[in-house]
Design a protein around this ligand. Sequence first.
Ligand SMILES: Nc1nc2c(ncn2[C@@H]2O[C@H](COP(=O)(O)OP(=O)(O)OP(=O)(O)O)[C@@H](O)[C@H]2O)c(=O)[nH]1
Ligand SMILES: [Mg+2]
Length: 335
Amino acid sequence: MFIDEAKIYVKAGDGGNGCLSFRREKFIPKGGPDGGDGGDGGDVYFEAVKDLDTLLDFAGKHHWIARNGKPGEGANKHGADGEDLIIRVPPGTLIYDTDLDLLLRDMNQTGLKVCVCRGGKGGKGNKAFATSTNQTPRIATPGKKGQERNIRLELKLIADVGLVGMPNAGKSTLISRCSAARPKIADYPFTTLEPVLGIVELSDYRRFVMADIPGLIEGAHDGTGLGYEFLRHIERTTVLAHILDVMPADGSDPAENYHTLRNELAQYSIALAKKPEIIVANKIDLDPDAAKVQQLEKRLGKTVAHISAVTGSGIKELCETLWQQVKKTKEEKSG
Ligand SMILES: Nc1nc2c(ncn2[C@@H]2O[C@H](COP(=O)(O)OP(=O)(O)OP(=O)(O)O)[C@@H](O)[C@H]2O)c(=O)[nH]1
Ligand SMILES: [Mg+2]
C-alpha cells in the first residue's frame, strides 16, 4: 500500500456587505431606508465520487475558494448568495485539518458529501434596522468572513500494476518513462530501495497506478536481497508486469531468470503467483535483429511485450496492454 498525499488551502466565501441606502425618487422627498442585505458566502464541501482514484488533481492547484456573497443594493435588493464549492475526491480519502492536527472525515463511501467550511453570513442592509422609533437608520453591517482551513488529503493507494523483475532489469527506467515518478536509475543492482508509485495516463482520461519495487533475486522469499518486504506491497496489485532484461550484463539467460523469479513469487504466496502477468522483454535496443527476444519467446512458449525503456520503443503499446488487463481483471473480480 502506498500513500498519495496533497496539501491544500480551502476557504468558504465571505458574506456580502449590507447596503446603506435611502429611497430617492422624484416627488418622494423623504424615502425610507431601502438598503438590502448581503448574500451569504458559498460553503466548501468535499464529495467522494467514484470516477476518481488518485489525488492527482490537487498537484497543480493549491487554493480552493468558494464564491463570496454579493453586497446588498438599494431598492431593497438582496445580494446573491455565493456558489458553494464542491471538491471531488476519490472514495477512501482522509481529510485532515493540518492546523488542528485533526482528522475531519474519512470519505469512506462513494456519494458522501461533507461541509468543511461554512460561508460567511451576509451583512444586514439598513432596511433591516428600521423601527418605529428609528425610521432612518444609518447603519448596515459588513458580511462575515468565510471559514478557512489548511487541509491535508491522504489516500491509501493500491497499485494496479506491480513491476517485478531482477535488479537492473530496467523497472525504474520504465516507470520514469511512462509516469511522473522519478526513481533513481543506475547500472548497479538494488538501485531502488523503496517502492515508488507512478500514475500512468493514457488517452481519454484513462489512467492506472504502477508500482516499482526493489529488484528480486533468488531466495527473495526467504529474505535474501531486499525484495521480501516489498512483495507484500504488490500482493494487492491487480496485474504483474514481469520485466526481463534480454541482454543481462552478467551473461545470465533471460528465460532462466524468468523461471527463477516466478519460483520466488510462488514461494512467497499462491495469490501472488496466480495474478495475471504480462511478460515484458526490455532493452530490445541492444538486440537489433530481435534474435534474443525470439529465442526468449520460444523458450517460454508465451507472448512477450517488446520494449526499450531507454528509447521508448513499445512503451505506449505496453501501457495499453496493461490497462486492458487491469480492466479485464477488475471486471472479472467484481463479477
Ligand atoms: N540499453 C538499455 N539500457 C536500459 C534499458 N532500460 C534500462 N536500462 C539500463 O539498465 C540499468 C538498470 O536500470 P534500472 O531502471 O535502474 O533497473 P531496475 O530494474 O530498477 O534495477 P533495481 O532498482 O536495482 O532493481 C540502467 O543503467 C539503465 O540505464 C533499455 O531499454 N535499454
Ligand atoms: Mg529500480
